[in-house]
Design a protein around this ligand. Sequence first.
Ligand code: BGC
Length: 464
Amino acid sequence: MTDAVVPVKAFEGSWEHTFVTGGVAALAGLMFGLDIGVISGALQFIGDTFHTSDVAKEWIVSSMMFGAAAGALGAGVLSFRLGRKVSLIIGAVLFVVSSLLCAAAWSTESLIVFRVILGVAIGIATFTAPLYISEIAPADKRGAMISSYQLMITVGILAAFLSDTLFSYIGAWRWMLGIVAVPGALFLIGVIQLPSSPRWLMMRGRKDEARAVLKSLRGDPKLVNKEMLDIEEQLKRPQRGWSFFRANPNFRRSVGLGIALQMMQQFTGMNVVMYYAPRIFADVGFKGHEALWGTALVGLVNVLSTFVAIALVDKVGRRPVLLVGFAVMAIGLGALGVLLHIGTTDIEMQIYAVTMLLVFIIGFAVSAGPLIWVLCSEVQPIEGRDFGMAISTFTNWASNFVVGLTFLTMLNGLGSGATFGIYAALNALFLLVTFFYIPETKDISLEAIEVNLMAGKPLRHIGD
Ligand code: BGC
């Protein structure tokens, strides 16, 4: 299979064209979101069909994240050898096939196996899409374009919450799991239309094709020439992974930064809410249908707040938004923890608790949700970009796995007050980490960030 260039004709040569192209890649985010959101609603019905134990249920949930962590690692090699576009196509095909297999599962074990494959698909897509977007985006639109990827994640989560709620009236878990093959097929059709990443083409020595893609993306021949020269300059040093990591301490710093950023995103506690929102609503005092609609409200607020992030990211910058975000999340979860500790006995306190939960969601969706993906795609030097992003995406899924696996144990062992208190404290810690170590990367080219990193500037200043 070769990574052929198929320029999209509509809007050619304008930033709208770049946006449409990035938008298709961002649909990978939709797949990501659908899979985060889909399982919580289906689990109870799956359990009824297969008489699944609680431990096996935990495996049904976490097998996907396990596969995704593995897929993210493998995707580094895949996207280097075959290209970003072909990786996305492979991810999309696996996604469609494994979603249908999940819907047809005949036992708990078969479902777990199919969810591992589904996870591999998601891992490949979630590694490759931000990488691809960052390589086709002009510097001043990069943040907003990667944030649109996050927007698609949140839309996917909301869609899954709503579809689960509707199918729950007839207990149709096979439909819940299978329906996602439809957007998966649309994604596949979309990615087949995408042009190849110009950077990747240049890496492979396919200069004319790279120029053609850049021309279709940027229009202005001056911009195209400038970008070609920039990329050429960088490619004088070939793409390396592990050997580069061992040899270059500056690269080790950016890989470490990517790991820290993704751990920070996951240990905000966001996915605790994504996987267990109905349980949290029940603890607050809303049960049954109220809890399900409350969960949908969480999904909606998550989507709407992400629009705010898109508006802010390239204007206000990454650091201020992250600092405010972690503060808001710490306050939201801290207050929720206190309220749950006291006990939400009347409706006023219940509404207050839900409001604090939503404050937390807004804090995440405006800041760490999109910005961590933005930053992770920006800070790796080109020689080690595939490797660095594979490691950070792997960290995202591995941390996600840990968070998902420990929440109920924490809740049962420590109580909800202390559990949310711990997450609030972690958010406060991340505020400090951001203040001292996280760079501002607004309006600076990836090339300039790399020069600063390699010159040994402190991480906090590689975007200056
Ligand atoms: C995170 C996911 C999370 C989602 C919530 C993403 O940025 O990586 O783990 O479920 O945001 O909107």
